[in-house]
Design a protein around this ligand. Structure first.
Ligand code: BEZ
Length: 167
């Protein structure tokens, strides 16, 4: 018997699906915004020169748009490993055109050791330009996501402002 669950992707899950899924739907969650505030010591940086990758921060009244993927529960073990640098599973209500479902998203809370938080725009851009990890450059990470969001017609001023400084 299959055991399926929804996972909400707001970052690399939108464009890097290295796992099987049954369905994908554009969706949003409420009360969060995506920010490049999580340090990456593995995929897009190193422990001494961490890159900046996405996490969700609490933002009352905001909606964060992304993709909802229906997956076998065993996929979470793969994602737990892939996103081991500070991310934890978090239960959320995922809103889709057909209605709302309960699901899981991954976020790096401000309490996790890799969390970087905000910084001046010039410093964020410089850090991203200077960071490379085992999955490639931090610049490519931001631009891949920016391209994927544009294809889905999802607007994100934070990401767009930073992406514009990287091309
Ligand atoms: C995501 O694309 O939703 C995601 C972002 C950070 C860690 C894991 C997943």
């Amino acid at each position: 018997m299959t055991d399926l669950a929804w996972v909400f992707g707001y970052g690399s899950l939108i464009w890097k699906q290295d796992f099987p899924y049954v369905r994908a739907e554009t969706a949003y969650i409420e009360g969060y915004s995506r920010r490049l505030w999580q340090g990456s010591h593995d995929h897009r940086g190193t422990p001494t020169d961490p890159g900046r990758v996405l996490t969700l921060i609490e933002a009352p009244g905001e909606r964060c748009f992304g993709r909802a993927l229906l997956v076998e529960r065993e996929v979470f073990e793969h994602l737990d490993h892939r996103e081991k640098n500070g991310y934890e599973r978090h239960e959320v209500a995922i809103h889709q055109a057909a209605g709302s479902v309960a699901g899981i998203t991954y976020l790096g809370s401000p309490a996790n050791p890799a969390f970087l938080g905000d910084a001046p725009l010039d410093a964020i851009v410089a850090q991203i330009k200077g960071s490379v990890g085992e999955s490639g450059s931090n610049v490519d990470y931001v631009l891949e996501l920016h391209r994927a969001l544009a294809e889905l017609e999802i607007e994100d001023p934070h990401l767009a402002t930073i992406a514009a400084r990287l091309v």
